[in-house]
Design a protein around this ligand. Structure first.
Ligand code: ADP
Ligand code: MG
Length: 474
């Protein structure tokens, strides 16, 4: 048996991990399961390249909770590790300036974890002891067992393991007992692992038998390994997008339309964004976009990554190029993130533009529902206004729709005052202002209906943008 110290420069990283990361400690499950997925995919790659000649067999990641022994075990049949690899990848966590960094980012668990590659060590947020039992795929490899009780010293010894791959055994701390509840782990797997690219089994499927729930033979696979954003748009039907939307937001109405994002240069990004049917309060709609990194769930707060007005959209964005290990303020100045943000804006305006051009009737039918996004975007983002001014619509009191340009043409002869100003007449309430609307119409004027949530600021903006124009209430 060999003993040694884990190569960290801070005297004792574990209390730090526990203390600073406490609020977010549930992410250990994401880190450990995604390592198992990585190891599995690496093995697949080796097999494809012919560097691994054995049988890959069924490649599943298994998560087990043993309440009696107080452990959670994550097992994979991936490439495993040799003793040297454990030493290199687990024992020597090299980092410098650790104290400064911890100080700076102490409120941001993702920052610390990402920065130090502490992925594996996040298991110590919930464990008093962690064991790695692993056997490399390499021929003649010996199985090894590493264990560490949360102090910076570890033990490593040879062991027996029948199969290739790795078991991570976490002995859950007494103050983290909630993680030994099956429901809790199931909830976390659903949150973080729902779309991982390798099947993740959590126990067995159950069925009712003789008045109680019993395990069946079938693994309880908790993830969908090929969510639609990983597929080609040409292979997908409308129904697939709608079904995926229902999977993500079972309580929501059907989406109005969606945009499939797919770029690989100059950054990698895939995803599907949905225009939801907005109910009354737009604030309630925020933070429904989920951010993934190679199918690993990261967060549902995407401010800074997508433009503000698009945080009203729903859906999924997956990008390995968004630096997740940095603070929010840094994120906004990151050049990749800026590019991503303007790419998304462009995709959204292109999609709206083509909907308008190719099917104006449908566009008009959806206008009342999408108006709020478009107005919000026009108000908050100049580059979006420049595109949207070509397809944004006015609606008159008779329910007819016009582009800005069309409407100008319509009223220019009849509604220009003596100083040459174009007068836009509008009502905010069709019923309350009924008699005024009728009176104006009888004089041959057109009256717009501006009763939307954002129409007041829109009117002030348009007065500034349009030359020689005034908006006047009837
Ligand atoms: P990262 O995943 O970002 O590399 P981690 O701290 O999560 O950082 O893991 C460190 C390293 O430990 C991995 O890069 C990998 O080499 C090794 N490792 C962790 N878990 C496994 C596993 N289940 N199978 C094989 N290797 C693993
Ligand atoms: Mg990792």
């Amino acid at each position: 048996m060999q003993k040694g110290n884990i190569g960290v420069t801070t005297e004792n990283i574990f209390p730090v991990i526990k203390k600073f990361l406490y609020s977010d400690h549930e992410i250990f499950i994401r880190e450990i399961v995604s390592n198992a997925v990585d190891a599995t995919q690496k093995l697949k790659t080796l097999a494809n390249k012919g560097d691994f000649k054995g049988e890959t067999g069924e490649l599943k990641v298994c998560v087990k909770v043993d309440k009696d022994n107080g452990t959670i075990t994550v097992s994979d049949r991936g490439l495993g590790m040799t003793e040297e690899e454990i030493d290199k990848y687990i024992n020597q966590i090299a980092f410098s300036g650790a104290n400064d960094f911890l100080d700076k980012y102490k409120d941001d668990a993702n920052a610390i974890i990402g920065h130090f590659g502490l992925g594996f060590y996040s298991s110590f947020m919930v464990s008093k002891k962690v064991e790695i039992v692993t056997k490399s795929y390499q021929e003649g490899a010996k199985a090894v067992k590493w264990s560490c009780d949360g102090s910076p010293s570890y033990e490593i010894e040879e062991t027996e393991k029948a199969d290739r791959g790795t078991d991570i055994i976490m002995y859950i701390d007494d103050d983290c007992k909630e993680f030994l509840e099956k429901n809790k782990i199931e909830e976390l797997l659903r949150k973080y692992c729902r779309f991982l690219p390798v099947p993740v089994a959590f126990g067995k499927k159950t069925e009712w038998k003789d008045g109680k729930q019993v395990d069946t033979e079938e693994d309880n696979v908790i993830n969908n390994t090929t969510p639609i954003w990983t597929k080609k748009p040409s292979d997908l039907k409308d129904e697939d997008y709608k079904e995926f939307y229902r999977e993500l937001y079972p309580m929501s109405d059907e989406p109005l339309f969606w945009i499939h994002l797919n770029v690989d240069y100059p950054f990698n990004l895939t995803g599907v964004l949905y225009f939801p049917k907005i109910k009354n309060n737009i604030e309630l709609q925020r933070n429904k976009i989920q951010l993934y990194c190679n199918q690993v769930y990261v967060t549902d707060s995407v401010e800074g990554i997508v433009p503000d007005f698009l945080t009203l959209l729903h859906g999924v964005i997956d990008s390995p190029d968004i630096p997740l290990n940095v603070s929010r303020s840094y994120l906004q100045s990151d050049s990749n993130v800026k590019k991503i943000s303007s790419y998304i804006t462009k995709k959204v305006s292109d999609r709206l533009q083509s909907l308008f051009k190719n099917d104006r009737k449908e566009f008009e039918q959806k206008w009342d529902d999408i108006k709020i996004f478009i107005n919000y975007g026009m108000l908050t983002q100049d580059d979006f206004y420049d595109k949207a001014k070509n397809f944004a619509l006015f609606k008159d009191c008779d329910g007819k729709y016009f582009t800005f340009e069309e409407y100008q043409q319509l009223i220019k002869d009849n509604q220009t005052d003596k100083d040459g100003n174009l007068i836009y007449l509008y009502a905010q309430n069709k019923e309350a202002q009924y008699s005024y609307i009728e009176a104006a119409k009888n004089k041959g004027y057109s009256v717009l209906l501006l009763d939307g949530q954002l129409d007041t600021p829109i009117v002030s903006m348009l007065e500034r943008k349009f030359e020689k124009s005034r908006f006047t209430r009837v």
